[in-house]
Design a protein around this ligand. Structure first.
Ligand SMILES: NC(=O)c1ccc[n+]([C@@H]2O[C@H](COP(=O)([O-])OP(=O)(O)OC[C@H]3O[C@@H](n4cnc5c(N)ncnc54)[C@H](O)[C@@H]3O)[C@@H](O)[C@H]2O)c1
Length: 274
C-alpha cells in the first residue's frame, strides 16, 4: 500500500524553530527542512549576510523565516537571541543547536595542540551548545507547552577523533549533556536528542582537511557518499515532529555507514613472555 505522506500530521505547522549557525552548511539544510515541515524559522548566525541569505531562501520557497545575528559563545548574546526570537514569533518550540566545528583550525596531532586553541574548540562546541540549551530550556519551561531541543554532535564521537582531540571530547560531552537534559527536562514535556552527522562537505570541512584526506574518507564510507546538509534536515524534521514523540535522550548517526568501517588502531607489539 502506498504511504499517503501528505496525510501525515507532523505536528510542526506554525511551530517556532531556532537553528543556530544556519547561515550556511548543515544548519542551512536543517532550517530549510523545518520550514518545509511548517515551522516559522529563526535563522541565527554570527554573520548577518549569511543569516539573511538563508532566511531569504526559505521565504522564496513560501516559508516563514527571519534572520537573527548573535555569537552563541557569548552568554548575554545568547539570552538576548532567545528573547528576540520569542518576541518576534511569540515563543520557541524547537531549538537546534548546530554551531560547532574546529574553530577554523586545521586538524592537529594531539601533542601539538596549544591550550588556547583547545579552549577555543571546546568553547565553540560544548560551551556554545550549553549556553543555548540553558536559555532554550528556561524559555520552554516558562512557556509551559513542552518543546524539542536537538544538539548537533558528530560521528567523531563514535571513535577516537584523531587530530581533532578537543572537538571529539567536546562533542562527546554534548552527547552526555543531551542525556542528562532528557532526564531532567522530560517532566516538562521537553524532548532532547542529538544528531550526529558523518562527513558533510561544507566550508568548514574543506578548511579542516586536505583534499587527499577527503578522498580517503569517501573511499572508506560503505555507501561511498557523504552526508548532505539537507539529509540532516530530514532527520531534524523527524526528531522535531510528533513521529518521534516518544524519542528522547537519543543519539542518531547519519553517516552513510561510515561508523561501520572505522579503521582500528594498530595493535601494540607483543611484550616479552611472562
Ligand atoms: N561538516 C561536517 O562534516 C560535520 C560532521 C559532523 C558534525 N558536524 C557539525 O555540524 C555543525 C555544522 O557544521 P557545518 O559543517 O555546517 O559548519 P559551517 O562552518 O559550514 O557552518 C556553520 C555556520 O555557523 C556560523 N557560526 C560559527 N560560529 C558561530 C557562532 N559562535 N555563533 C553563531 N553562528 C556561528 C558560521 O558563520 C556558519 O555560517 C557543527 O556543529 C559541526 O561540528 C559537521
Amino acid at each position: 500500500m502506498e504511504a499517503r505522506a501528505a496525510g501525515i500530521d507532523l505536528g510542526l505547522e506554525g511551530r517556532i524553530a531556532l537553528v543556530t549557525g544556519s547561515g550556511a552548511g548543515i544548519g542551512r539544510g536543517i532550517a530549510a527542512w523545518l520550514a518545509r515541515a511548517g515551522c516559522c524559522v529563526a535563522v541565527n548566525d554570527i554573520d548577518g549576510d549569511r543569516a539573511e541569505e538563508s532566511a531569504a531562501g526559505i521565504r522564496a520557497e513560501g516559508g516563514e523565516a527571519k534572520a537573527f545575528v548573535a555569537d552563541v559563545r557569548d552568554e548575554a548574546a545568547t539570552l538576548d537571541l532567545i528573547e528576540r526570537v520569542r518576541w518576534a514569533f511569540g515563543g520557541l518550540d524547537v531549538a537546534v543547536n548546530n554551531v560547532g566545528m574546529n574553530a577554523g583550525l586545521p586538524a592537529t596531532p594531539f601533542m601539538e595542540w596549544k591550550g588556547a586553541d583547545f579552549r577555543a574548540v571546546v568553547e565553540q562546541n560544548l560551551i556554545a551548545t550549553a549556553l543555548c540549551c540553558l536559555a532554550e530550556a528556561r524559555a520552554m519551561v516558562e512557556q509551559g507547552r513542552g518543546g524539542v531541543i536537538l544538539n548537533v554532535t558528530s560521528g567523531e564521537t563514535t571513535r577516537p577523533a584523531i587530530r581533532l582531540a578537543p572537538y571529539g571530547a567536546a562533542k562527546a560531552a554534548i552527547n552526555h549533556l543531551t542525556q542528562t537534559m532528557a532526564v531532567e527536562l522530560g517532566p516538562h514535556a521537553i524532548r532532547v536528542n542529538a544528531i550526529a552527522p558523518g562527513t558533510t562537505l561544507t566550508e568548514q570541512v574543506r578548511k579542516t582537511f586536505p583534499e587527499s584526506h577527503v578522498a580517503a574518507i569517501l573511499e572508506s564510507i560503505p555507501l561511498r557518499r557523504m552526508t548532505e546538509p539537507e539529509e540532516l534536515g530530514r532527520l531534524a524534521v523527524y526528531l522535531a515532529s510528533d513521529l518521534a514523540r516518544c524519542v528522547t535522550g537519543q543519539f542518531l548517526l547519519a553517516d552513510a555507514g561510515a561508523f561501520l568501517s572505522r579503521s582500528r588502531p594498530a595493535m601494540p607489539p607483543a611484550g616479552p613472555p611472562r
